[in-house]
Design a protein around this ligand. Sequence first.
Ligand code: NAD
Length: 270
Amino acid sequence: MPGRIQNKAALITGAGSGIGLESSLLFAQEGANVLLVDINLGAAEKTLALVKERFPNVKAAAIKADVGKEADIKAAVDKAVELFGRLDIMFNNAGIMHPEDDNALNTEERIWDLTMQINVKGVWWGCKYAILAMRNNPTDEARGLHTGGSIINTASFVALMGAATPQLAYTASKGAVLSMTRELAMVHAREGIRVNSICPGPLKTPLLMDFLNTEEKRNRRLVHLPMGRFGEAVEVAKGALFLASDDSSYMTGTDFKVDGGLTSCYVTPL
Ligand code: NAD
């Protein structure tokens, strides 16, 4: 049985941990060749070792890149094209939530700028170089490969609802991801390039759990979660796989929520 993204070429940022790690494994399991990108090369190489061990038939490599640097993203996309001859799937997933990010009064400008550099400019540059590469994708009907491609940008539920536990720069950055994604989706719709956001709910990954480091902080959130639990990174990876694959061929510009019902919730069950 061919996989759901068989023979496609995928680049995943933030591949060393959480959603990126699980997506790397899932994309490879579904037949894609994967370039694993992370600022932490050691973490990306650990993911690579898992991919190679479990899915020896796919091509896979790891590369160090800081998505907050345009030259790094360009080099990463160039590497994917060099290795795989094309780029079908770009998962702009890397992001930060800085521990010093707070409300309007306490957040320092350097924290604001760093957050925007990685979470917003990083996604912009990821889209820019992916679009340039996808325009050149050769069609290979026999292998189910076409021009164009699928770009997925990781936003967050916090871009859709307010929280009285503020992280102002992070929230603003994810709102920018949603609006930027929508506009890119319209501009490139006739080129066969789909651009969608994925909005994870609160997950059990280092990004959130390092921050929610006490029972009290975790319970402050858990009471608002309809399912009564945090999500797993693999549950978001499955959403990303859907957006990456041709199963979502008529979807572009969407805010795809994988949030356990959080953004639809007024009162949670007892
Ligand atoms: P994570 O911290 O587990 O993994 C993030 C990975 O990104 C790490 O391997 C890290 O080294 C890498 N990274 C950080 N800065 C980078 C940079 N400048 N360049 C390249 N790589 C970099 O996080 P996660 O929970 O898997 O989060 C992934 C995405 O999901 C982020 O964009 C995050 O904002 C978003 N998100 C997470 C949650 C959550 O609850 N965990 C909820 C909503 C959205």
